[in-house]
Design a protein around this ligand. Structure first.
Ligand code: P6P
Length: 333
């Protein structure tokens, strides 16, 4: 059977009027950068890219060498194409402007270049997450304020998961589509059209070591799932926690489930654990496009009006009926 590639998929989205030529170019450039990141990640110890970089990022977290490499790959790949007005990265404190000698385009690109990097040195899947917004700033240099748009304004979102295979999962607002990297050909093959999340599930993902810090609605929900068939939810649940959001969300997009990094006493002072602009928002767009739901527990994530580029939020996303149950428990509290 003739294989459809990402390039053909994007041409067809453009032909259908769903994306502009510049957005198609943007996504193709990000996909090329992801291939380069995948090559570095898969070399691991053979390329001396494991371990700490000896620097901290804006979050005050020790950077892994691959965090820095992935960030550089994405910044350099996207500077010269003329499709972007500016970029923002988890690894960079301020807005990354397009060098003056390159033309600017109409989009803003935000990314977490290597999410889950604490898993790199133990050879567990990590990923890249990206989000695309329109640039409201016209010809002037975009400011941080120009990036602070609700997730509902995203025109595209996606991630790459560097697992047993490298996969790119993408939405441009017309469903969620999965592509698998053919390393011999160097192309992304269209392997999962219209990924959807079942509205019900029997699998949850949460870092259970934080149980003593959880708010009552989350405690109630997890207790009820752990009560199994004999409990109020009437079914047995399984649990998974990769500690790479991309890997956990990919599993949910593939077979359903609920992912929670809720507000708790440990992360309350920071507003949550996960970042809104380049983790929660792009994952929320993907999950909603796949028929799921994404909430802070109290509000729809994509309705939030951001106040800071690196702000954090609680995240509860996945199978719609399960997320709605957790939200109802918050309302009852
Ligand atoms: P914990 C990875 O550092 C990350 O940002 C997400 O990818 C992941 O879901 C979460 O943090 C893991 O957090 O507290 O379990 O290490």
């Amino acid at each position: 059977m003739r294989r459809v590639t990402l390039t053909q998929f994007l041409i067809e989205q453009q032909r259908a009027g769903r994306i502009s030529p510049d957005l198609r170019l943007l996504i193709e450039v990000v996909a090329r950068a992801v291939k380069a990141i995948s090559v570095n990640v898969s070399k691991g110890a053979l390329a001396g890219v494991l371990g700490e970089a000896g620097t901290d990022n804006v979050q005050g977290e020790a950077q892994k060498k691959l965090d820095v490499i992935a960030n550089e790959i994405l910044l350099q790949a996207n500077e010269w194409g003329g499709h972007l007005a500016a970029m923002a990265s988890e690894e960079v404190e301020t807005v990354h402007q397009i060098p003056f000698d390159y033309p600017k385009g109409g989009f803003l690109l935000l990314f977490d270049p290597l999410d889950g990097s604490s898993n790199i040195d133990v050879n567990i899947s990590v990923g890249t997450i990206f989000s695309v917004l329109r640039n409201p700033a016209g010809g002037s240099e975009p400011t941080e304020a120009n990036f602070l748009q609700p997730g509902s304004e995203q025109v595209a979102a996606g991630y790459a998961v560097y697992g047993p295979s490298t996969q790119l999962v993408l939405t441009v607002g017309n469903g969620v589509h999965g592509f698998t990297l053919d390393r011999e050909m160097g192309s992304f093959v269209y392997t999962q059209p219209f990924m959807t999340i079942p509205v019900d599930t029997q699998e949850f993902a949460i870092n259970a070591s934080n149980a003593r810090f959880w708010e009552q609605p989350v405690k109630r929900y997890v207790d009820e799932m752990q009560a199994g068939k004999g409990g109020p939810l009437g079914k047995d649940y399984n649990m998974r926690w990769v500690a790479s959001m991309v890997a956990d969300v990919h599993r949910i997009l593939t077979r359903g489930g609920i992912f929670m990094y809720p507000m708790d006493e440990k992360c309350r002072a920071k507003g949550g654990k996960l970042r809104l602009m380049y983790e929660a928002n792009p994952m929320a767009m993907l999950v909603e496009q796949a028929g799921g739901a994404a909430s802070t527990g109290r509000e729809r994530i994509m309705d939030l009006k951001p106040t800071e580029l690196h702000q954090r939020v609680p995240v509860i996303l996945g199978s719609k009926n399960e997320v709605e149950r957790v939200v109802s428990y918050h309302l009852e509290a």
